[in-house]
Design a protein around this ligand. Structure first.
Ligand code: PLP
Length: 395
């Protein structure tokens, strides 16, 4: 594991995301190189990796220069020590293998995380999976996804951290939907934070990546050793792409959050409106609901501002009168791609029922990208209006 850059602690995320890997640079290049080598020359005297800069590299299942740089940047941006994996779900699986919990406490969010827990059950028979509202016991593995897929609604991290710690349990937060600078789960008591780096860290829908961030260097060290054993390292091209994207993380995410917030208000207004004037031209009655953290009512004890000081996540869901209309509108959008995943610079819309039958078939999940807000509104308005032309010509 690389030594942290001591300077980054005084830096803002925007500075850290660009400079926190500087001390690991081993060439005069300003842009990091992509080393494709799987193996590195020995130091002939010590039979260890040759010392490149301050680090030793031997074999790429252990580490490569670009992987260490990416981990250094993610760790400093996330306020901890990062271990990177080949995907977000691998990161969750690695944690389960490390802690081998006999009780997992979780609320249903991303269905892939359920699949991982089911896989873990096959190698750890007898493990119990309990709802997040259960009474916790010592050594419980509490898995809190917030914001929650697919609605973008949030849970009170501090509340669950206190509840977990009072019982001697650990709180792991899947913060994929609210990357820095939107939320820092460590400030609210989380023990471990997981990100699917495929989403906002990668940010361009061109890389699969996962990260475990820990407050405790010893845990990060153990995870690195475990990763060396089972080989779930990300490839160098993937690390390089994430390292490059991290430099614009703050800028992208803040803008995406702002645009999402405006789109959510606009759609919620359309859901309430009784005339085309009130709905801003969206056919009246077609949108029957919108879900997002900005529309939630919170209990007075939930300090929402300290959890989300810089805005809510850029993913939300909205609901149509019928499943047919939801699907038709999704298929006929021109700017929003009709595709799964989230967090990229391009806006995506997904019909979650397709992948996950427990989701309402009238629901469309939106991941807001970096396009202009008026263009996005026009696209939604046009597709919904076109649905009526389509149904009339069908009659
Ligand atoms: C995508 C996602 C994951 C899984 O990440 P992969 O990189 O696809 O393996 C886990 N949790 C959440 C909330 C996600 O959105």
């Amino acid at each position: 594991m690389p030594a942290a850059n001591a300077d980054y602690k005084s830096w803002d995320i925007s500075t850290a995301s660009i400079h926190a890997d500087k001390h690991l640079s081993i060439t005069p290049e300003i842009a990091p190189g992509i080393s494709l080598s799987s193996t590195f020359l020995y130091n002939k005297q010590t039979h260890r990796g040759l010392n490149h800069g301050k680090e030793e590299y031997e074999y790429s299942r252990d580490a490569t220069p670009v992987l260490r740089r990416t981990e250094a940047v993610i760790g400093s941006v996330c306020n901890g020590f990062a271990t990177a994996y080949s995907s977000g779900l691998t990161a969750l699986f690695a944690l389960l293998v490390r802690f081998r919990p006999t009780r997992i406490v979780m609320k249903r969010g991303y269905f892939g995380s359920d699949n991982v827990v089911n896989l873990y059950k096959t190698i750890a028979p007898g493990v119990k999976v309990l709802p997040i509202c259960a009474q916790y016991e010592e050594n419980d593995f509490v898995w809190l996804e917030t914001p929650l897929n697919p609605t973008g609604e949030i849970e009170d991290i501090r509340y669950y951290a206190n509840k977990a710690h009072a019982a001697g349990a650990m709180l792991v937060v899947d913060s994929t939907f609210a990357p820095p600078p939107l939320c820092d789960p460590f400030k609210l008591g989380a023990d471990v934070v997981v990100h699917s780096g495929t989403k906002y860290f990668g940010g361009h829908a061109d890389v699969l990546y996962g990260v475990v961030v820990s407050k405790c260097p010893k845990l990060a060290e153990e995870l690195h050793e475990q990763r060396y054993v089972f080989g779930a390292v990300p490839g160098n091209l993937e690390s390089w792409l994430v390292l490059r994207s991290m430099k614009t993380l703050k800028l992208r995410v803040l803008q995406q959050s702002k645009t999402a917030q405006k789109l959510v208000s606009w759609l919620a207004n359309a859901a309430r409106g009784a005339t085309l004037e009130e709905t801003d031209g969206i056919p009246v009655g077609d949108i029957v609901g919108v879900k997002h953290a900005s529309l939630q009512t919170f209990s007075p004890s939930f300090d929402v501002c300290s959890q989300h000081p810089n805005g809510f996540g850029p993913v939300f869901s909205f609901y149509f009168k019928t499943p047919e209309q939801a699907l038709w509108v999704a298929r006929n959008l021109k700017i929003f791609h009709f595709a799964t995943s989230l967090g990229g610079v391009m806006s995506l819309v997904d019909w979650r029922h397709g992948d996950d039958k427990s989701q309402d078939p009238r629901l469309l999940r939106v991941s807001v990208g970096l396009e202009d807000i008026e263009d996005l509104k026009n696209d939604i308005r046009r597709s919904i209006t076109a649905y009526h032309v389509y149904t009339q010509t069908k009659l």
